[in-house]
Design a binder for this molecule. Sequence first.
Ligand SMILES: Cc1cc2nc3c(=O)[nH]c(=O)nc-3n(C[C@H](O)[C@H](O)[C@H](O)COP(=O)(O)OP(=O)(O)OC[C@H]3O[C@@H](n4cnc5c(N)ncnc54)[C@H](O)[C@@H]3O)c2cc1C
Length: 227
Amino acid sequence: MTMTMKQQAFTIDERFYKVQGIRKLTDETFSIRLPKGRFKFRTGQHISLGIHGDYQSREYSIYNGENDEFLEVLVKEVKEGYFSPKLSSLKPGSLVEVNGPFGKFRVDEKKIADHKFVFIASGTGIAPFRSMVRTYPELDYKVIHGVRYGNEAYDKHEYQKDRHVLCTTGDKTGEYHGRLTGYLKDSDFVDNTQFYLCGNSNMIFDALEILKEKGFERDQIHCEVYF
Ligand SMILES: Cc1cc2nc3c(=O)[nH]c(=O)nc-3n(C[C@H](O)[C@H](O)[C@H](O)COP(=O)(O)OP(=O)(O)OC[C@H]3O[C@@H](n4cnc5c(N)ncnc54)[C@H](O)[C@@H]3O)c2cc1C
């Protein structure tokens, strides 16, 4: 009995992490850096974040690589949302509750040597792909990132120039002007491609349809739906 109580107290403490830093990427988007401690995850997974004293939590993809000495998440503040505005007022030293990691949105390591990886993201849906690219520098990848404005190309400088295509609908600062689904329709991909789709469900359904029309099998396509 005593052991169970001790163990429980230990586990609860372990879930609270002190915010190390906040990095502002745009007016609405920021990353939260947390200590990694003994936290283990596989790239592509997400965590559930809670705020000390609040009863709600939300999921966030892990934005850093497996070998980084910190944990990071990329958050867009949804102005009318409940939780993300609260995250936006966190400061270094604030306490957050971390649960996880969760999810099976993962790179199949056996395929790295002989497959191409196409990462298709809308908005903050790029988060798991930055983690994958940081974790596996040898990946033969291409990121197709759909956003409204060019300043939402989060950490674009970290990707190899010819492997990152920004699709912008609200200005012409991207490599492609228009929705990422338009870019997908116009593009050719080799047969041995693994597709990863992450972001809002409308984009994911449209992209799935396009890839199906291009003749790709469902088991080549992996999806993570944010909302
Ligand atoms: C597996 C998973 C991983 C996720 N990873 C991330 C992540 O890495 N970064 C991130 O910012 N969000 C991520 N989300 C979404 C996140 O969990 C929250 O839904 C989001 O922060 C909004 O919460 P909220 O309480 O402010 O909004 P709520 O009060 O819950 O309102 C939800 C509404 O906000 C909108 N919305 C939700 N997420 C977004 C978004 N990212 N961009 C624009 N509009 C949105 C939708 O219209 C939705 O109906 C993820 C969701 C899932 C399921």
